[in-house]
Write a protein of this length. Sequence first.
Length: 242
Amino acid sequence: MSDTDSASANSSKPEAIAERIRAAILEHRLAPGAKLTEAQLCEVFGVKRGPIRQALAQLATDHLVDLEPNRGAFVASPSLQEVHEVFEMRRIIELAVVERLCSGHGMRRLKSIGSMIGRERKAFETRDFPAWIRLSGEFHTELAALTGNTVLCDCLNGLVARSTLISALYESLGRSPCSFEDHEAILAALDAGDAKEAAALMSRHLQSVELKMLDRPARGAADLHEVFGARNDAHKGKSAPG
C-alpha cells in the first residue's frame, strides 16, 4: 500500500473522523446545536454510515455531541447548570495543578508554557481565532501535563474541551473568554514559586472566564461541506500553529 493509500485509509477511520469533528467544534466552526447529518458527513468524509456513527458515538461519550432518538446527532448545547458544574470541577483540579507545580513538579519545563502563551498572543493579534481558542485551552492542559499525573490530565482535558464548547454557546463570535494576559501573570507566579499568588490568580481567572460567558442563542444550522472544506483549504495553504 502506498503512503497516499495509507493516509486515505487512516483518514476514513472513526477515530480520525471524530478528531476532525472535534476540532471543528473546539475551534467554533461548528456551533452548539448544529445538526450533524449522517448523509452529509458520509459525503464529506467519503465513507459509509458505519464509521460516521462510531465517530459520533465517541464524541457523545466526550459530551461534545448529543445523540437524540429519531432526530439524529447535534453538537451539544450545555446548560447553565453544566457551566457552573464544569467550572467548579476545573477550579478544584487546576488549583491542585498549581500547588503541585510549585512544590517542584515540572518547574523546569515552564519555559515551554511561556512559548505557548507567545503563540496565543500572536494568534490573537493576527485574528487567527481558531488557533487562539485552541491555544487558550492548551495553556491549561499543558500546565496539567507538567505534573506527570495522567489521570488528572485526562479529567482536565475533558473539562477544557467542554469549556470550549460552552464558550461557543455563551460567548460572542470571535471572542475567547480566556485571557493570555491572565496566563502570563499565572506563569510569572509559578516561575517565582509563589503558590499562594499563583492559586489566587488561577482562581480569579477561572471565575472571570465563567462570568464572561453571556447567554445567547446557538446557531442550529451548518453547511458541513463548507465547515470541513474550509479546513482542507486552510491546511493546503499553511500548517497549523503549535
